[in-house]
Design a protein around this ligand. Structure first.
Ligand SMILES: Nc1nc2c(ncn2[C@@H]2O[C@H](COP(=O)(O)OP(=O)(O)OP(=O)(O)O)[C@@H](O)[C@H]2O)c(=O)[nH]1
Ligand SMILES: [Mg+2]
Length: 361
């Protein structure tokens, strides 16, 4: 669906010329917030018009861009100028409202959308409060509020930017099989030949409502195959950049020294001991006693531990959630403005605080 907002003295009159309503009632004679169904005369498209104010209307169009483009063409022919949604919003609202609303449009889960929706009203209010403290020369209070907001910057920006979870391990331990079990479809190639995965295979998904990019990587081992060497280098690079690294081992593997070496090289956040279905009864678990890392035992064949693995990933990714009244930046620019404002407060230049908070985009 596309929404075309139309603003100006002649907005209602222009829409009335272009729109055929069922009973012929013009949109200009309707009450504020009224909604009218109609047909756009030039193309015969069905659409809905909402009167938001005397000079402010919204035309809601379905069906790709055909209807919205037709509306824009008709209005452009009547002297209206097309501008982007961001430009339009900034003419009526301040930076804090616009940037938070734009972030909300990039939310990919209902959980992150609900955090952002609350902030669309709370964040501009909080900034207004900071402005008042600065005006009243209550610098310490203003600075303390900004500091408490900045503490949640990382959480705020991850509401729209997915966190990266990387699965790594030696070849053939079941990394790609786990990726498929987690995503619920055959995303990655699985084979009993060690060294199957070469490229990094990424998949977007939500874990406990948090947006995540799950990355399957090449099994890490000594190799003289140039393609495999590249894959292993990519795997190491992904590990160094990840928000959460999961080391996968075959639970039946008995070489404890090799595992310990692998763990010290990759510094994981979580360990998975896979292929538990192949354990014979009474077989001792070599690496099950590590207290250093959360450890989950799984079997892709029987589905054992997959749900638990997802729960632990969710908890490890987001260990702390801000209270309902806490506000925080949700974009890099919001964070930067708050940091600048805090610097200005620390240097006692209060006039510069409002410049940092309110400068034009
Ligand atoms: N019995 C059993 N077999 C498994 C399990 N998980 C994976 N496998 C098998 O182990 C083999 C290797 O699985 P992959 O998922 O390709 O392993 P990988 O770690 O991605 O391997 P590389 O890409 O070579 O690094 C395949 O034959 C899988 O079917 C499991 O939990 N139990
Ligand atoms: Mg693989």
């Amino acid at each position: 669906m596309a929404v075309v907002a139309v603003h100006g003295e002649l907005a209602g009159a222009a829409i009335d010329e272009c729109l055929q309503t069922p009973n012929g009632t013009p949109i200009t004679s309707r009450k504020h917030q009224d909604v009218a169904y109609g047909i756009w005369k030039s193309t015969g498209e069905d659409l809905v018009v909402s009167k938001r104010g005397e000079k402010h209307f919204e035309i809601h169009c379905h069906g790709g861009t055909t209807a919205s483009q037709a509306v824009i063409r008709s209005l452009s022919g009547r002297g209206f100028v097309e501008i982007s949604a961001t430009e339009f919003a900034t003419q009526f609202q301040d930076f804090w409202s616009v940037s938070t609303q734009l972030a909300l449009t990039h939310a990919t889960t209902s959980k992150t959308a609900s955090f952002l929706l609350r902030l669309t009203t709370q964040l501009p209010k909080q900034i207004q409060q900071i402005r008042s403290y600065v005006t009243a020369n209550e610098k310490e209070t203003a600075a303390a509020q900004i500091q408490s907001m900045l503490r949640w910057s990382n959480f705020g920006q991850h509401l729209t930017a997915p966190r990266t979870v990387v699965l790594c391990g030696q070849p053939n331990v079941g990394k790609s099989s786990l990726v498929n079990a987690i995503t619920g479809f055959q995303r990655a190639i699985v084979h009993d030949i060690p060294g199957t995965t070469r490229d990094v295979v990424s998949q977007a998904l939500a874990i406990d409502g948090w947006p995540v990019t799950l990355k399957d990587t090449a099994g890490i081992r000594d190799s003289d195959n140039p393609i495999e060497i590249q894959g292993i280098a990519q795997a190491r690079e992904q590990i160094s950049k990840s928000d959460l690294t999961i080391c996968v081992f075959d639970v039946n593997e008995t070489q404890q020294a090799a595992r310990a070496e692998f763990i010290s090289q990759t510094a994981p956040d979580l360990i998975v001991l896979n292929k538990t279905d192949l354990l014979s009864p009474g077989q001792p678990l070599v690496l099950d006693s590590t207290d250093e890392f959360p450890t989950v035992r799984t079997s892709v064949k029987t589905n054992q531990g997959i749900r638990e693995l997802l729960e632990i990933i969710g908890a490890e990714l987001v260990s702390e959630i801000p209270s309902d009244t806490q506000t925080y930046p949700v974009t890099a620019e919001q964070q930067q403005r708050l940091e600048e404002a805090l610097d200005c407060l620390n240097q006692n230049s209060t006039a510069a605080v409002s410049q940092a908070l309110d400068r034009l985009h």
